[in-house]
Write a protein that binds this ligand. Structure first.
Ligand SMILES: Cc1cc2nc3c(=O)[nH]c(=O)nc-3n(C[C@H](O)[C@H](O)[C@H](O)COP(=O)(O)OP(=O)(O)OC[C@H]3O[C@@H](n4cnc5c(N)ncnc54)[C@H](O)[C@@H]3O)c2cc1C
Length: 506
């Protein structure tokens, strides 16, 4: 009998917990992991599927914080390097070095001399960047390449002075990174449930006593008990904090959308930055994704969309930044988007600092902590701070990730090309689906594996997977429409342009 890593919500109501974490994105998963590694009994609840919201849309770059050197923020650069190292060291099977190249056109830091100086500072700050990292994931120091060096073939050539070249990390599969984190939490005795929406906070004499959670499909509620609750609900963090502590949370921040385009172009060699002309040119990173090209990230005001007009505006920007791509709407295979907290005086600019609120300090319920993070890269550190706020500093008693198991070894979960060729071990596939709480084909192909990452031929692949799982034809048929819906947003790509020039961030 295989021990489940994802359990029904009812199971979590059967015992008292030391900490309940709300939200199964990267911040919630790593908060639950941090508390588990400190020897606490943890419950993690996610209202939908684990890792399926903002975290799923990430560009997957583990940033070493080179950009923070521009504002001389050495502390942040050092912290980012440490967090990048943590991923490269802890998940060597799911991460890899990513060579990044930035064309230098002569503005500010983007000139060969200042860039070389920044790389030197980065090498000093990052002297321990490879400590404990397996050989294959060790990162070399950066350099400046000549314009004639063929390191970034899509960059505009006019005014080109050279290229900044450095290394960051790339997450090969964030679906597996989420599920491996969940497996680790379960291994340490934590309990994880999906389809478990936190609806109210229970308190007694000013302190937290637990959370009422419900399965959105059945409406059945369960009371979970704990004196500590960490709200890590991502873009919905403030709403939940206001519901749980109406007097204490203050004004909410505006929100913005962020999105990337999966393009029908060959994968670039590493992350290649391309910028639109001019001193305020926008920069996009072209990043490899399973033989295709993922381009991003674009930010826009509001929390709806992106609309076809947003997508078109990004394609125009990409064509100005990298004319050789010659992109049209037909080249967009998928749009991955998420909602981010943005800064109050510029609603299209994403916030760049995590916010952690210990509600008791402002007269709210004791034991309630809210965590709103800003980067996948720094999620572990911010999650650890939130846990420390909630339970005080505690010793790390469990260091190591549990060893890989036969089930995940038997199935190549991180390779869409393998899935198309594979003659699966159907029993292993069924066992994995059962252990990891798979309910739909989209769960399995997007959030347990990388198999759905290539949208081409997805329907046929989904049908084969459904049959291998032993599912009825009608169930497979219903699920297939969810799978193919993950394409570009519906509607003509010739919608009016959005009014604001779209800003992009490196
Ligand atoms: C397009 C894009 C590209 C990005 N690229 C990068 C990158 O390359 N590198 C990087 O470091 N960062 C990147 N980021 C930022 C990073 O992805 C986010 O900061 C991070 O994923 C946010 O994680 P989270 O856990 O806070 O939120 P989420 O992943 O949204 O998780 C919050 C979870 O809470 C759940 N929830 C909400 N309410 C409840 C409730 N009442 N009960 C139970 N569960 C609830 C939601 O369903 C959700 O799953 C990118 C973001 C976007 C959008």
């Amino acid at each position: 009998m295989i021990e489940p890593t994802v359990r029904p919500l009812a199971d979590l109501a059967q015992r008292d917990h030391d900490v309940i974490v709300i939200g199964g994105g990267i911040h919630g998963c790593l908060a639950a992991l941090d508390a588990s590694r400190r020897g606490l009994r943890v419950a993690l609840i996610e209202r939908d599927d684990l890792g399926g919201s903002t975290s799923w849309a990430s560009h997957r770059i583990l940033h070493g914080g080179l950009r923070y050197l521009q504002s001389l923020d050495f502390a942040r650069a050092r912290a980012s390097i440490a967090e990048r190292r943590w991923y490269l060291r802890t998940f060597p099977d799911l991460t890899e070095p990513l060579r990044c190249t930035l064309p230098l056109y002569g503005d500010g830091l983007r000139r060969p001399l200042p860039f070389r100086a920044a790389l030197t500072a980065n090498a000093i700050i990052g002297a321990r960047r490879n400590a404990g990292v397996p050989r294959a994931n060790k990162l070399p120091i950066g350099t400046v390449a000549r314009p004639s060096d063929d390191v970034n073939p899509h960059a505009r050539r006019d005014g080109l002075l050279g290229f900044g070249v450095w290394h960051d990390g790339l997450i090969r599969s964030h679906a597996r990174l989420t599920m491996e984190t969940v497996r680790w939490i379960a291994h340490l005795g934590g309990m994880v449930a999906r389809d478990a929406r936190a609806v109210s906070l229970r308190t007694s004499r000013g302190g937290v006593t637990g959370v009422v959670a419900c399965d959105p499909a059945t409406g059945i509620e369960h009371a979970l008990k704990s004196a500590v609750v960490i709200n890590a609900a991502g873009p919905w963090c403030h709403e939940l904090a206001s519901a749980f502590d109406p007097a204490g949370t203050g004004a909410s921040s505006p929100r913005s959308i962020a999105f990337n385009l999966l393009l029908d172009r060959p994968a670039p060699n590493g992350a290649q930055a391309v910028s639109t002309p001019g001193p305020d040119g926008h920069t996009y990173f072209l990043v490899p994704r399973h033989g295709m090209m993922m381009a991003g990230t674009t930010h826009a005001e509001g929390d709806a969309g992106p609309s076809p007009a947003h997508v078109r505006a990004m394609l125009d920007g990409l064509n100005r930044a990298a004319p050789s791509l010659e992109l049209s709407a037909d080249d967009v295979l998928r749009v991955d988007s998420g909602v981010l907290r943005s800064i109050p005086n510029d609603p299209a600019e994403p916030a760049d600092r995590a916010v952690i609120v210990d509600h008791a300090r402002a007269g709210g319920p004791a034991g309630l902590v809210s965590l709103s993070g800003v980067k996948y890269t720094t999620a572990r550190a911010d999650a650890a701070s939130a846990v420390a706020f909630a339970v005080g500093r505690r010793r790390l008693v469990h260091r190591d990730r549990p060893p890989a198991d036969a089930l995940t070894r038997d199935l190549n979960l991180t390779d869409p090309a393998w899935a198309r060729r594979a003659d699966w071990d159907a029993a292993a596939l069924r066992a994995l689906a059962e252990r990891e709480g798979v309910r739909t084909l989209a769960d399995l192909m997007f959030r347990r594996t990388e198999w759905g990452q290539d949208p081409r031929g997805l329907e046929a692949l989904g049908e084969r997977v459904g049959r291998a799982l032993g599912w009825e034809t009608t169930r497979i048929g219903q699920d297939l429409s969810d799978l193919v819906q993950a394409g570009p947003p519906a509607g003509p790509m010739s919608d009016p342009e959005p009014s604001a020039e779209e800003p992009a961030t490196p």
